[in-house]
Design a protein around this ligand. Structure first.
Ligand SMILES: Cc1ncc(COP(=O)(O)O)c(C=O)c1O
Length: 375
C-alpha cells in the first residue's frame, strides 16, 4: 500500500484536466495570464480574502512576502523548529535570523507559551511565523494576541493547510498575510510546483505582485529587486479544475482520520500509540483540521516503520531532524536539548497513509499491522 496514490485522484479528472492543458497549449499564454487570474480570484473567494497572488511555489510565496516586508539582516523572525525546512530557510535567505520557539506536543504546532517567552527575550523581532502543520491551525487567537502585544505581524505558513479553519477564519487568512503550497502531495496539488500568497493589505499585495516579476510593474522598469516567482498558467488551470473538489477531499481525509482513531482505540493500542490531538478549543467554534497528514507518535518508531514496510505499507517521517539541529543552521549555536518537544516529535512521529481514496480495508490492514507489531 503506497503512502500516497495520486493516480486515484487523477483518473476521474483526467478529461477535464487534459482539456485545460490543451487550452493553455493552444493559447500559448504560458506564464501568469488569464488562467492565473481566474485561479487567483477563485482562491480569494474560497478563502474570503481580498488578495491572492499566484507564485511559483510555497517557498517563493514566503520569500517574496518577507522581501515585501523588508525583513533582512539584523532582524529576527520567530517560528517553530518542527516544520519543513522552507519555513526557516526563507528567513535565512533574506538575511534575517530564524529564532525558534518549541512546540505543543499534542498538535505539533508552536506553543503560545514558548512563543511568548521567546518574544520577551529576543530583540528586533520583525515577524512571527506560525505553521499550520499537517493541516491543523496553530493557536491563532493567542498568537495574534502576542503579535499585537509585541507589535509584529503574524505571517501564516499555511503550506499544508488550504481549507483548514480556525474559529477566527480560514487558515492563511487570519493573520497579516499567509501562503499556500500546491506541491503535488498537498491537499490541493499541482502537476509540479506552485504556490500562493494571500493578504488583505492593498499596498502589500501590489508589492508582492511586482516582486514575483523582478520588482517591475511597468515593463523593464524595476522599482524593487524581486525575483522570478511566477506561477505557470498550466498549474493555475489544473488547480482551478481541482479546487471545487477540495472540501469534499478534506471531508474524506477527516473521515479517514476518524476511522484510524476509532480503529486504533478498538485495537487496544491507545497506550502504545499517541493520536494527533484535535484543537483544545471547542469543535463547535468552526475549527477544521484537514489532515494533509495523519501523524501518530510511538516510542519504537523506526522499528514500527520497518515492520509496516515489511508488510507492504508505506509511511513517512515528518520530520526526522528539527530545524535547530540542521547542519546549515549550526551558526545559530543550538544544541540537542534546546527544544525538547520538537526533538521528541522528531524521534516519535510517524505519518500513516491518508488520502480521500484510501479504502476502509486498507485502513483496517494498517491498524492490524500496527497491532501485530505491539503483540
Ligand atoms: C510547512 C511548509 N512550508 C513551506 C513549504 C514549501 O512549499 P513548496 O514545496 O511549494 O515550496 C512546504 C512544502 O512542503 C511546507 O510543508
Amino acid at each position: 500500500m503506497p503512502f500516497l496514490d495520486l493516480r486515484k485522484q487523477y483518473a476521474p479528472l483526467k478529461a477535464a484536466i487534459l482539456a485545460e492543458i490543451e487550452q493553455v497549449a493552444d493559447s500559448q499564454n504560458l506564464v501568469l495570464g488569464p488562467k492565473t487570474e481566474a485561479f487567483e480570484k477563485a482562491i480569494a473567494a474560497y478563502c474570503d480574502v481580498p488578495h491572492a497572488i499566484g507564485m511559483s511555489s510555497g517557498t517563493d510565496a514566503e520569500l517574496a512576502l518577507l522581501m515585501a516586508l523588508d525583513i533582512g539582516p539584523g532582524d529576527a523572525v520567530v517560528t517553530t523548529p518542527y516544520t519543513f525546512f522552507a519555513t526557516a530557510g526563507c528567513i535565512a535567505r533574506v538575511g534575517a535570523r530564524p529564532v525558534f520557539a518549541d512546540i505543543e506536543p499534542g498538535t505539533f504546532n508552536i506553543s503560545p507559551d514558548a512563543l511568548a517567552a521567546t518574544l520577551r527575550k529576543t530583540p528586533r523581532v520583525k515577524a512571527i511565523i506560525p505553521v499550520h502543520l499537517f493541516g491543523q491551525c496553530a493557536a491563532m487567537d493567542e498568537i495574534l494576541q502576542l503579535g499585537k502585544e509585541f507589535g509584529v505581524p503574524v505571517l501564516e505558513d499555511a503550506a499544508q493547510a488550504l481549507g483548514a479553519r480556525h474559529s477566527l477564519g480560514a487558515a492563511g487568512c487570519i493573520g497579516d498575510s499567509g501562503w499556500f503550497s500546491f506541491y503535488p502531495t498537498k491537499n490541493l496539488g499541482a502537476f509540479g510546483d506552485a504556490g500562493m500568497t494571500v493578504c488583505r493589505d492593498d499596498a502589500l499585495a501590489r508589492k508582492i505582485r511586482a516582486l514575483r516579476n523582478h520588482g517591475m510593474e511597468q515593463r523593464y522598469h524595476h522599482q524593487w529587486i524581486g525575483g522570478n516567482f511566477r506561477i505557470d498558467a498550466i498549474q493555475a488551470a489544473i488547480l482551478h479544475v481541482k479546487l471545487p473538489l477540495l472540501d469534499e477531499w478534506s471531508t474524506g481525509r477527516r473521515e479517514r482520520a476518524d476511522f484510524y482513531r476509532k480503529a486504533i482505540e478498538r485495537a487496544g493500542l491507545s497506550e502504545a500509540v499517541t493520536l494527533p490531538r484535535e484543537p483544545a478549543w471547542p469543535s463547535e467554534s468552526g475549527c477544521r483540521h484537514i489532515y494533509n497528514q495523519f501523524v501518530i507518535r510511538v516510542s519504537r518508531r523506526d522499528a514500527l516503520r520497518a515492520h509496516l514496510q515489511a508488510n507492504g505499507i508505506g509511511t513517512e517521517i515528518y520530520y526526522p531532524i528539527p530545524l535547530h539541529l540542521q547542519e546549515c543552521f549550526r551558526d545559530l549555536g543550538h544544541r540537542e536539548g534546546d527544544f525538547p518537544e520538537a526533538e521528541r516529535a522528531a524521534r516519535e512521529s510517524l505519518a500513516l497513509p491518508i488520502f480521500p481514496e484510501l479504502a476502509e480495508e486498507q485502513q483496517r490492514y494498517v491498524v492490524e499491522t500496527i497491532a501485530s507489531f505491539f503483540r
